[in-house]
Design a protein around this ligand. Structure first.
Ligand code: TYM
Length: 334
């Protein structure tokens, strides 16, 4: 069997980028025969970005859990859990930290971006950078390696983290024997990076997201606000670099996408193209939105589901961690 695993950081409201990059491909993969899936809420990761805002982490945890369930994951069939319910994860993080080169972490994009920004503005390189941000890739490696995942469906922005998880796994295996599977990123080509309202990558940090489950009228309003160029109706439009087109492509079939490309060449008005995108999106989202709205009213039910998932996850994590403790020379816990 192939193990597929992915997580979402509980630092905000899930958006279309999370859906096409992680949720949709993973839910699909979980229905294939011979696949064992692990989905989780990365709430330890959330502390890195949202320290000082506990209410936000809690709200986001509920929203992201309800989103996974509304998008069709079957918690009876898959292992669906909250990262912080698995104490073995931070324990493994430490064991991995001790086989991870500091130089490897120096090269992580997220850390480097902070350092570069500081350097440009004349500040100290590490100003405002927490050790948590620096360690981010090791925590993520622990998530993946704990369950020996083969495939990790993610958006393109996470590829480097998965390569680092491989490197870290290889270091551990080299020192202590073959305990870890080397994971691979699974990327959907046509939706590798979904653009946001302003054409940049859709991201919580750019404030350009389209939340997956906004009410229908708000979805329409957001879509009408997507940036386009100033070409008038009747003028041919370019699909290249068009955020609107890329969003459509991520939801439509090949035939529908080809039809929109033709409409672009024929000079479709932007308003009309946006209407097409709205209808296509809403067609896919509406049934899930209804389920979501029910679930979000029932936190107790979600909590119960997560507890069940934690028990399943720990049934794997606890004995595996004992083996890993033994391998590095620590006493196995009683
Ligand atoms: P996060 O929470 O930033 O994003 C969750 C998933 O959504 C994908 N994604 C996108 N995909 C396409 N287009 C976009 N605009 C877009 N924006 C976000 C991300 O690539 C990701 O797959 N570190 C991870 C969470 C994590 C994790 C893990 C993932 C923690 N441990 C172990 C996999 C395995 C993160 O912050 O993702």
């Amino acid at each position: 069997t192939q193990r597929v695993l992915t997580g979402i950081t509980t630092s905000g409201t899930p958006h279309l980028g999370n859906y096409v990059g992680a949720i949709r491909p993973t839910v699909r993969a979980s229905r294939l025969p011979g696949v064992e899936s692990f989905y989780f809420l990365a709430d330890y990761h959330a502390l890195i970005k949202t320290s000082g805002d506990p209410a936000r982490v809690q709200r986001s945890t509920l929203e992201i859990a309800a989103t996974w369930l509304a998008c069709g994951l079957d918690p009876e069939k898959v292992t669906f859990y909250r990262q912080s319910d698995i104490p073995e994860i931070p324990e493994l993080t430490w064991m991995l930290t001790c086989v991870t080169g500091k130089g490897l972490l120096n090269r992580a994009h997220a850390y480097k971006a902070s350092v570069d920004k500081n350097t440009e503005s004349g500040a100290e390189p590490d100003d405002g950078v927490t050790a948590g941000l620096f360690m981010y890739p090791v925590l993520m490696a622990a998530d993946i390696l704990m369950f020996n995942a083969h495939q990790v469906p993610v958006g393109r922005d996470q590829i480097q983290h998965i390569e680092m998880a491989r490197d870290i796994a290889a270091s551990y295996n080299h020192l202590y024997g073959e305990h870890f599977t080397l994971p691979e990123a699974a990327i959907e080509d046509n939706v590798a990076t979904l653009p946001g309202l302003d054409g940049r990558k859709m991201s919580k940090s750019y404030d350009n997201t389209i939340p997956l489950f906004v009410p229908r009228d708000q979805l329409k309003k957001l879509i009408m606000g997507i940036v386009t160029d100033s070409r008038a109706p009747g003028e041919p439009k370019s699909t290249e670099g068009s955020a609107l087109f890329q969003l459509y492509q991520a939801f439509a079939s090949a035939e529908e996408t080809a039809a929109l490309a033709k409409a672009y060449a024929d000079g479709i008005a932007w308003g009309e193209a946006k209407q097409l995108l709205f209808e296509r999106l809403d067609r896919e989202i509406a049934p899930m939105r209804e389920v979501y709205e029910g679930l979000i009213q029932d936190p107790a039910r979600i909590e119960k589901t997560l507890k069940m998932g934690a028990a399943k996850a720990r049934a794997i994590a606890t004995p595996f961690t004992q083996r890993l403790r033994h391998a590095v020379g620590l006493r196995a816990l009683d």
